[in-house]
Design a protein. Structure first.
Length: 129
């Protein structure tokens, strides 16, 4: 991976307003662990990065996907059960020209998960008339 590789950032500090269970990691860390397990088993065109707080606490566990020159996306209301679909989404993001993975191209569990679309660093959208 290089500085232009796509990144999947998983919030590891999210509690999703759930009670803390003694001896158990918070749900955000459990989501990260589930995604990391898949990354360890497969060679993927995306790098995985933990991040402390994506500031989307009201919408549960969150991830962000980004790559220079592409739209960046914030997804929310996630659980460890979304791990495989998130990895597939990140791979589709990596393959897309501008970062767009249309709703029809996402797993059903992620069709309503996108919270925000943000111009990535160096992103330039061609003007339309």
């Amino acid at each position: 991976m290089d500085d232009r590789s796509p990144l999947l950032h998983v919030c590891t500090s999210c509690r999703a307003n759930l009670p803390l269970l003694e001896g158990e990691p918070v749900i955000g860390q459990r989501l990260y662990n589930a995604v990391a397990e898949i990354f360890a088993a497969r060679e993927l065109p995306v790098a995985l990065r933990p991040v402390v707080c994506l500031g989307n606490c009201a919408q549960g566990c969150s991830v962000a996907v980004s790559q220079p020159g592409k739209w960046s996306y914030l997804l929310g209301d996630l659980t460890p059960d979304h791990a495989a679909d998130l990895v597939d989404y990140a791979v589709a993001f990596a393959a897309s020209k501008d970062g767009t993975v249309w709703r029809s191209g996402r797993a059903a569990s992620l069709r309503d998960a996108i919270v925000a679309r943000i111009p990535g660093y160096g992103f330039v959208q061609k003007e339309t008339a």
